[in-house]
Design a protein around this ligand. Sequence first.
Ligand code: ADP
Ligand code: MG
Length: 760
Amino acid sequence: MSKSKSSESVKVKVVVRCRPMNEKERAAAFESVVSVDVKFGQIIVKNPRETSAGEPSKVFTFDSVYDWSSKQIDLYDESFRPLVDSVLQGFNGTIFAYGQTGTGKTYTMEGVKNDLERRGVIPNSFDHIFTHISRSQNQQYLVRASYLEIYQEEIRDLLSKDQLRRLELRERPDTGVYVKDLSSFVTKSVREIENVMNVGNQNRSVGATNMNEHSSRSHAIFVITVECSQLGVDGENHIRVGKLNLVDLAGSERQTKTGAQGERLKEATKINLSLSALGNVISALVDGRSSHIPYRDSKLTRLLQDSLGGNARTVMVANIGPASYNVEETLTTLRYSNRAKNIKNKPRVNEDPKDALLRKFQEEIAKLKEQLEKRMGKKNKKKQRRRAGDCSNGDGRDDESEDDGDGDNKVDYWREQQETLESERRAIMEDHSLVAEEKAQLLQEKERKMDDLKKEQEAGEMLAAKVKAMESKLLVGGKNIVDHTNEQQKMLELKRHEIAEQKRRVREMQQQMECRDEETLELKETYSSLQQEVDIKTKKLKKLFAKLQAVKAEIHDIQEAHINERQELEQTQNELTRDLKLKHLIIENFIPCEDKNKIVNRAFFDEDDEYWKMRPITHIEDDHQMMSRPQSAIGFRRPLSNHARTAMKDGLDMRYKAENLLLLTMDMPSRTTKDYQQPVIAPKVAAALEDALKNEDDIQVDASGFNGSLAPLASASGSLRKPKSGRARTGKQSDTWTSSFSARNPTSPIYPQSRGLVPK
Ligand code: ADP
Ligand code: MG
């Protein structure tokens, strides 16, 4: 468990650094609008537009300010060294660089590579940490480094081999928020940790088409964890863990999103998200009224939760540019960091946390050493046993070579063993009394023993090497303490540190004096005449009035900035609402209600990832839409329906005869044609036709009624000619044809005896 040693609150320290004019700005003859009062810790900005309108300059006071001529090492000694010192004592510490792109954030954090004068906070802190360790006494240290980047709300491990992988944030009640699976490298020297930083920087630029643009849109966080183990007064080893976050934030200028839509809009929104969330967190912390601090709004604020209002000491460097064309951004940066000044943190020493790697290392080393001891112990016992056996055999040589065995150290032991075996082998070779076969067998045995010995030796050596490697990762100081130059250097640093401290105190006192002066002036003042009192009071009034005006102007500016921000947020909100409406419309109109419900039922919000996710289909138990597959019936491989069971008992349908019987009758398609149906022929016609088609031989000719009926017969013959064709006719024609017969002889049967022919 981590214990708290000191929990007094400490304010976030804010320092401002103004970079020099660059070549372009000088060439274009831009006016410088920033003046830096290092002594009073003030930045004075005159807005070229407003001063012409008679408005006063804007004054901001900070813990320290640095002008264009400031040196990296001065910045380090005055503002960052105390923080890194506290990290070495087991506190958490964070250094932020905030500001518009091109104002010197990366210059302040990293500086110029391989240039002692111009290297930034990160390399200076490497030196500081390892020098401290080398000078320490009776302490064991473990230093490790991680490097990550947040781009568009995605976390990338800059030291990982797989640069496409995105990491997630997790939270644990004891250690707080951490990045899951973030790689960290144990480093033993300045060179090693520099190497880690270089690898990370290379990875940072990989995949970025435009490095400048990429770095201005992403946050880079270099994390150094220093673990220190020291014997406490209670006689036990205690471990303190300090974590140093070195953060190079994305450019604070508003990412333009005018006219951006879809992916581009989302991108712009996400880029702004972390920084505006950081601003909101700062506001909420300073406000004092809000009980809710919106840390969870972005990855950056979640990850640096401890650094803002939590268990850490924090220094924020606000970088600004001096040129007039940047004045708006400069003012925004100054206002932003001015607010951060009032954040209060509660840093405490992290003592004996559960996840201290140093403790694990120490335990692992102890375990390995024990294993090694055991191995050696076994060897010694074996050796003694063997010696006893050999003695009984009366082999004099063995006795001789192992005489001084007990006092051996590990290395000698192996050599000695080897020599023994070798001499034994030689003895066998020279022994002429042995039969050749016997000799070969003995020799083989010795060879095998030698092999075994070699293997064991190798294993032992490997174990020893592992212990050594692990031990080498733990750094112990006190070696160079007698070094004269080192001592001098130490003194020099101490002096520099003292000077920095003094400067800081002078500045603070001056700031305080300024305030007190004004307060006491009035009290001390005695007026010799009424006129004098009027004069002095008028002067004072004027001064106060000017102050009031400045405050009013400031309020106005802040309100304006607030309105602008609000408008932008509203615009974003409108665009997002429009997007949402479109999606709703698509869902309502194109996705079936059933499917929509299924999706709604499966969706859930993952608190850890802060993302909506889908439950896997099979896990839904109480949802009747997605019934799980029933259990198999006992003795069967598949679940059986009741119908199948009864059908199996009846045994009629092959399909249910047995388990896993596959019936492959084809499922015939339904018929789409009909059988041919003859047209319906009236019965009269059919009879007539039948008669007409009778064989000629079967017809008897009766000519008895020939005379009287010739005429009508002749008239009928015309219509009879047609049926001769043998084709059945339907319709009117046949009607007239039959009716002509019935008309001729109304008494005759329904089926007339056609053509006057009489059936047999
Ligand atoms: P940022 O990271 O904020 O975008 P950089 O650190 O890349 O800005 O700085 C932009 C340029 O300005 C670099 O060429 C850097 O060397 C130069 N620069 C910034 N600050 C200083 C300074 N204090 N002194 C000298 N050069 C500076
Ligand atoms: Mg940069």
